[in-house]
Design a protein around this ligand. Structure first.
Ligand code: M6R
Length: 369
C-alpha cells in the first residue's frame, strides 16, 4: 500500500500532483465555466452572502488562511478564518447572510463539527470542504466540496492540505463567477494556471534530494523559525507545524513583517530560518519586503534557507541554501512552496529515527472536544 515508499507520509507527499489534479477534475468546462455539482446551496442565496467565515483546525486552518487571500481578492467578500474551537465560545456574529466554509480532511473533527452545528443554528449557510466521503461534517452541512486526495493515512496532513487549498480556489472562483466579480476569461486563465500546478509539484518532488540532504545535516537542530508574508505566511505556519509534529523540534512560523515587533530578538548566531519568498513578478513590493526581512535576520547571524521562484537570483547572496520552485502566480504559490517544507520535516524526523506516520501523542482524527 505504501507503493514502495518507506512510509505513508512519503507516499502521500509524492501523491500530491495526483491529489491536486483529482480535485480539479471535472469541475470546469473548456470555457472556464465552473459547475460544482455538490454545491447544493441556491445560487441566488450565495449571491446575497455578505461575509464568509472559514472554520477549521490545525493544518486545515492554514488552508483556510490561504483561502482568505484568494477569496477576498477574487470575490470581494469579507472573509474571516477562525479556529473552530475558538469560534463557538466568543459569541460570534453569524446570520443567514453568513457563509460558513468548514475545512476538514477527516470530516469528523469534533471541534469543527460543533462549530458548524452552532453556525447552522444561527441560520448560516454551511459548506464543507472535506476529504472523506459520507463523513459527519459534510452530512451535517448544506453543501460539500470534496477534495479528491484519496485516503490520507499518515497522521500529519500533506496531500489533503494541497487538495484543500485547491478546493478553496475552486470555491472562490465559483463565487466570483456567480457574483460577476471576475470575467469568464479571467477565471479561465486562473484555472489554466491551476491545471499546470500538478506538473510543477512533480518538479519540486524531483528535487527532493537537495532538501533531504539539508535535513540530514540539521538532525541536531533544537529550534527552527519560518517566515512568510501574504500567502507565504500560512505556509510558514504549516512548515513549523510539520516540524513540531514529526521531528519534535521547537518551531515557529511568523509573518515576516512581524519580526521587528518582537521575534527578531530570538535570532542568534546559527539560528536556522526558513523564508518563503514570493514571486518577484508579483504585485506590490512584497518580494522586496521579504528580501529585506532575510537581510535583517542574516545580519544577526541567522542561517537562512530560502524557498524562491526559479530565476530569482536576487536571493542567492542572502541565503545559505536556496530551493527553487517553478514559476506561478502569487496566489497559487502555496501549492508549490509547501512541498519542500513537508519533505524537510519528514526527512529530519526520519533521520532522528521517529515514526513519521504515527507521531507521539497525536491521532489522525480528533473526535473529542
Ligand atoms: O481532519 P481535519 O482536517 O479536521 O483535522 C484537523 C487537524 O487535526 C489536522 O490538520 C492536524 O493538525 C494534523 N495533524 C496536521 O498535520
Amino acid at each position: 500500500e505504501k507503493d514502495g515508499y518507506p512510509s505513508f507520509m512519503e507516499k502521500e507527499i509524492n501523491d500530491q500532483p495526483d491529489a491536486v489534479a483529482a480535485t480539479l477534475l471535472g469541475r470546469s468546462d473548456l470555457e472556464g465555466k465552473l459547475t460544482l455539482d455538490e454545491m447544493r446551496i441556491d445560487p441566488q442565496v450565495l449571491k446575497t452572502i455578505n461575509k464568509i467565515i472559514v472554520l477549521a483546525c490545525g493544518t486545515s486552518a492554514y488552508a483556510g488562511q490561504v483561502a482568505k487571500y484568494a477569496i477576498e481578492h477574487w470575490c470581494r467578500i469579507p472573509t474571516e478564518v477562525e479556529l473552530s474551537h475558538e469560534f463557538r465560545y466568543r459569541d460570534p456574529i453569524v446570520d443567514e447572510n453568513t457563509l460558513i466554509v468548514s475545512i476538514s480532511q477527516s470530516g469528523e473533527t469534533m471541534d469543527t463539527l460543533m462549530a458548524v452545528r452552532y453556525a447552522r443554528e444561527q441560520g448560516a449557510k454551511t459548506i464543507s470542504i472535506c476529504n472523506t466521503n459520507g463523513s459527519t461534517i459534510p452530512r451535517e452541512s448544506d453543501a460539500v466540496l470534496y477534495t479528491h486526495a484519496g485516503p490520507e493515512i499518515a497522521v500529519a496532513s500533506t496531500k489533503a492540505f494541497l487538495a484543500q487549498i485547491t478546493a478553496t480556489y475552486l470555491l472562490g472562483l465559483y463565487l466570483a463567477q456567480l457574483r460577476g466579480n471576475l470575467f469568464q476569461g479571467q477565471i479561465k486563465d486562473i484555472l489554466a494556471d491551476l491545471a499546470k500546478t500538478p506538473a510543477k509539484i512533480a518538479q519540486v518532488l524531483a528535487n527532493a534530494a537537495q532538501i533531504k540532504d539539508l535535513a540530514l545535516s540539521m538532525a541536531n537542530t533544537r529550534t527552527v523559525l519560518f517566515l512568510g508574508r501574504h500567502v507565504g505566511y500560512p505556509v510558514a505556519l504549516e512548515g513549523a507545524l510539520k516540524l513540531k509534529e514529526l521531528a519534535y523540534i521547537h518551531a515557529e512560523g511568523f509573518a515576516a513583517g512581524e519580526l521587528k515587533h518582537g521575534p527578531i530578538a530570538l535570532i542568534e548566531e546559527g539560528q536556522p530560518v526558513f523564508v518563503v519568498v514570493p514571486s518577484p513578478r508579483g504585485r506590490d513590493s512584497l518580494h522586496a519586503k521579504v528580501v529585506s526581512n532575510i537581510q535583517e535576520v542574516r545580519a544577526r547571524g541567522a542561517m537562512t534557507i530560502v524557498i524562491a521562484e526559479e530565476g530569482d537570483e536576487s536571493v542567492r547572496e542572502h541565503a545559505e541554501h536556496v530551493f527553487y520552485i517553478p514559476e506561478t502566480t502569487t496566489l497559487l504559490a502555496p501549492l508549490l512552496t509547501t512541498v519542500p517544507l513537508q519533505i524537510f520535516a519528514c526527512a529530519l524526523a526520519t533521520a532522528k529515527g521517529y515514526d513519521v506516520d504515527q507521531p507521539r501523542n497525536l491521532a489522525k482524527s480528533v473526535t473529542v472536544e
